[in-house]
Write a protein that binds this ligand. Structure first.
Ligand code: ZN
Length: 256
């Protein structure tokens, strides 16, 4: 028996720690700030729930950074529209204008990375969707009916979604649905109930807190919602320079 095998039988493995990000939207400075914060936590894996591009001024750089760092990455609706896999006519005017600009600057390596992504995935004990289980691409989980549907359509202890840009921690215990908006600093114990979590958005938060969001997950133990400052003015300046509309624009305040 090798030394490594002996060690494995004696030392219980540490539980896997996973950092989860979503909705980067071409905001490189927000992504850098989040990845710097995540690096200090030294998680075992990084998962991204989609929408790497759209709105923001640095779509190619965001694709390259996520491609280099993420162990799992989903496709979001913006990614699929920019690729031409979905019609640009499905977007409202601001999103469509941003998608056209992104299409005009998208590099081959970024396109290749996005082309290989799917809007849903699965890991041990975790189902992942950009949108929801009912519609992994387009549906926002922002009300009880949508959360209920997705939790009942899945069976894993944990469901992760992005897309709404609103950090959420929803629990289903028996028939009881609870929880809601998860502000920065919120920690949720994961034992005892099934849960649906949204890490919030890296590049374009829509919960009234402009700081970039990420989630630190210890499956079957706890989830911690984090926010970090980043130089918004640099992203806004790049937006003006790029002439792309919408990157620095905040969506409407959305509450549970
Ligand atoms: Zn998004």
């Amino acid at each position: 028996m090798s030394q490594a095998a002996t060690a494995r039988t004696i030392v219980a493995p540490l539980s896997k720690r996973v950092a989860v990000i979503s909705d980067v939207h071409g905001n490189r400075h927000a992504l850098d700030a989040v990845l710097d914060a995540i690096a200090t936590e030294q998680p075992d894996e990084l998962w991204c729930l989609g929408d790497l591009v759209g709105y923001g001024p640095q779509p190619n750089e965001c694709c390259r950074v996520v491609a280099a760092h993420a162990d799992l990455c989903l496709a979001g609706n913006h990614d699929l529209v920019v690729l031409g896999a979905l019609s640009i006519h499905d977007f409202a005017s601001d999103a469509a204008a941003a998608a056209r600009w992104t299409q005009s600057v998208l590099a081959d390596d970024a396109r290749e990375f996005l082309t290989g992504l799917e809007p849903s995935s699965h890991r041990d004990g975790v189902d992942l969707f950009h949108g929801s289980a009912r519609d992994p691409v387009w549906e926002y989980v922002l009300d009880e009916e949508a959360a209920w549907w997705t939790l009942n359509a899945t069976s894993q202890p944990l469901v992760l979604v992005g897309h709404s840009h609103v950090p959420l921690a929803i629990e289903l215990e028996g028939d009881e649905l609870g929880g809601g908006l998860a502000r920065g600093g919120t920690t949720v114990a994961l034992e005892g109930a099934r849960r649906l979590l949204n890490p919030g958005s890296v590049g374009q938060p829509r919960d009234g807190d402009p700081r970039a969001a990420y989630l630190l997950l210890e499956p079957e133990r706890r989830a911690a919602f984090h926010r970090v400052d980043y130089p918004i003015d640099r992203t806004q300046a790049e937006m003006r320079e790029a002439g792309s509309r919408g990157a620095a624009r905040r969506g409407p305040l959305t509450t549970w």
